[in-house]
Design a binder for this molecule. Structure first.
Ligand code: IRN
Ligand code: FE2
Length: 607
């Protein structure tokens, strides 16, 4: 099998990749257009159904016109935009000691890339973050790309479709969302005040711009990692491609193990979405897994190494302060964050303050040279329903709010991580406190799981919490797979996790009244009511499964136009009956009109 055959590239059914031109910048924004069949009217006529445009995270992989060689990486979409700003320098060599060591190690030649990625860095005295540009009043190509992408061509929706928009939507947390069209200027203004962030390291020019903020579509992140020793690098790339295919807006590479640097290089060069990491994991690998041996120097070198490779956001657990650790002593599940527990161990062993906190400004200095965003880690998040919303969790949240202000002072983009395990009635308090303490920096939560009693189904226990907090204003949801708490997710788990989280995110978008969110629901419902089975499959989040389930009992081609499915059978289909009612009503209305007409005429005749 060749590399390429291992990578999923099948386009979605009845879908075309389309590219919308920018108006300010010469950009082409990728989207997916689903073509629909026509409606057969009861009078024998035919009515066309407009195609539906879908926000597309699958990247060039679903465009059959683009050739992809994963040893060379994806086309570098943003390269010209980045170089065009004249504020970066191209480095001749990798600056981190560890990166250099890997490059000089001849034993690793078989894992090398054919394209040599030359890292870029801000020229001395400049700042290359989108936050910096936004504050200067500059609308970057990235911002325009996002505005066009978020709109999903709603400007093309006709009046009828607009009338179908949800009338009840418009939650107060989404109140700033423009009710009509998102403009590039709106994107800029949201970034400038820190209410939204654009994770896009200048060293990941292959990535398509996207935004995380509560006045935009709710985003989802999928975690992937290679803890299994057996997996090959191609398989790692495929995991990322697979997650993006089903809708992951960002990927976090949580790989550990011996080829972590090379794996990440392959993933970044082949990923159409921004990549996040937790650098302390790799730093821990470098000190052979002994938390006490971690040093600021090892950590700093890891940050530079990953920033030069193109990681767009770093989870940094800088809020785990020495004085908060005792607050977790009485908890049922203690500290469940990996990064949080590593830092807590370090702090207690040395009896010193967390070096991520004491070196925070230096971290900012590094991140602004590449436009890496902070994802301020929730190292003290609750890991059980019993521990939700406790003193440790909220003490850390306040510190994260203070750190966000420091990041902003450096024009470094920042968002805040949140829990975890929280019962439904305690979720809103999380969002309220986050808004209060973190000055509206975007919130990014892991679920939360709304109960602890369903291992094997934690994608569901957490999707409930994720939908709720997304509605309340959480900007990005970190997926949970069915394997959570049990083992390493496989490909099916990754897909199930992503689809489950797309449901949470979209349910939140509907409730918030994001312009255009309901369009796809309406189109799918219309197809369902009219028994356009193919359209119903093709508009769904997972067309393969929808089709497979349908065909399990009614595989014949003819069933795809039948006015029923095997759930209720031909006699008990409510949709069929209700269409018949409509037909009868229409016929009766016709008869009524006719008879009224007749009586009118009769009057004339007989009077
Ligand atoms: C998201 C919100 N809170 C935690 N997360 C994610 O959980 C985080 O971004 C990372 O991908 C994963 C594991 O983080 P810990 O366990 O190291 O905190
Ligand atoms: Fe958990």
């Amino acid at each position: 099998m060749t590399n390429e055959e291992k990578i999923s590239r099948t386009p979605f059914p009845n879908s075309n990749k389309i590219y919308i031109n920018g108006e300010i910048h010469p950009i082409k924004v990728a989207m997916r257009e689903v073509t629909l069949s026509a409606t057969r009217l009861s009078n024998g006529g035919i009515e066309k159904n407009p195609s539906v445009t879908i926000y597309d995270t699958s990247g060039p992989y679903t465009d059959p016109n683009i050739e992809i060689d994963i040893r060379k990486g994806l086309p570098r979409l943003r390269e010209e935009w980045i170089l065009g700003r004249n504020d970066v320098e191209i480095l001749d060599e990798i600056s981190s000691d560890y990166g250099q060591m890997r490059l000089n190690d001849e034993n690793l030649n078989h894992l090398r890339f054919e394209y040599l990625h030359q890292p870029k860095r801000a020229k001395k005295g400049t700042n290359v973050t989108q936050l910096y540009y936004a504050k200067q009043g500059i609308i970057t190509p990235e911002m325009e790309y996002i505005a066009i992408r978020e709109n999903q061509r709603i400007e093309l929706l006709n009046e009828q479709t607009k009338a179908m928009q949800c009338q009840h939507a418009g939650h107060s947390f989404g109140a700033n969302t423009p009710k009509s069209k998102i403009t590039p200027e709106f994107v800029r203004s949201e970034v400038a005040i820190g209410r939204a962030i654009i994770p896009n390291n200048i060293n990941h020019p292959e990535s398509e711009p996207m935004i995380v903020g509560r006045n935009f579509l709710v985003k989802i992140n999928a975690n992937i990692g290679n803890s299994a020793v057996t997996s090959t690098i191609e398989e790692e790339v495929e995991k990322a491609v697979w997650a993006c295919r089903w809708g992951a807006d960002t990927i976090m590479d949580l790989s550990t193990g011996k080829n972590i640097h090379e794996t990440r290089e392959w993933i970044i060069r082949n990923s159409p979405v921004p990549i996040g990491t937790v650098p302390i994991y790799q730093a821990l690998e470098k000190v052979k897994g002994i938390a006490e041996d971690l040093t600021w120097e090892v950590f700093r070198d890891t940050l530079i190494e990953q920033a030069e490779q193109g990681v767009s956001y770093f989870t940094i657990h800088a809020g785990v302060l020495l004085r908060y650790i005792h607050l977790t002593a009485e908890r049922v599940t203690g500290i469940v964050s990996r990064g949080g527990s590593i830092m807590a161990k370090w702090c207690l062993f040395h009896h010193k303050e967390n070096f991520l906190y004491t070196h925070f400004e230096e971290i900012c200095e590094i991140m602004k040279q590449y436009d890496v965003a902070f994802s301020l880690g929730d190292g003290l998040r609750p890991g059980s329903i019993a521990d939700a919303n406790d003193a440790a969790q909220f003490a850390e949240l306040e510190t994260l709010g203070e750190l966000a202000k420091i990041a902003w002072k450096h024009d470094v983009q920042v968002f805040i991580e949140g829990p975890g395990h929280v019962p439904m009635h305690m979720i809103k308090e999380n969002m309220d406190k986050q808004l209060e303490h973190c000055n509206e920096a975007p919130f990014y939560t892991l679920g939360p799981l709304t109960t602890d009693i369903a291992p094997g189904y934690d994608h569901i226990t957490s999707a409930i919490g994720a939908a709720m907090i997304g509605w309340y204003g959480c900007a990005m949801l970190c997926y949970v797979t069915p394997k959570e708490h049990l083992g390493l997710p496989n490909k099916k788990d990754v897909k199930d996790g992503v689809i489950t989280y797309k449901i949470s995110a979209h349910a939140a978008d509907l409730a918030k009244g994001h312009p255009g969110a309901q369009y796809r629901d309406n189109a799918l419902s219309k197809a369902r009511f009219e028994f356009r089975w193919e359209d119903q499959f093709n508009l769904s989040l997972d067309p393969d499964t929808a089709r497979e389930f349908h065909d399990e009992t009614l595989p014949a081609e003819g069933a795809k136009i039948a006015h029923f499915c095997s759930m209720c059978g031909p006699k008990f289909c409510s949709m069929k009956i209700s269409q018949e009612i409509r037909d009868v009503a229409a016929a009766e209305k016709g008869m009524q009109e006719k008879s009224e007409e007749f009586i009118e005429q009769g009057k004339e005749i007989y009077i």
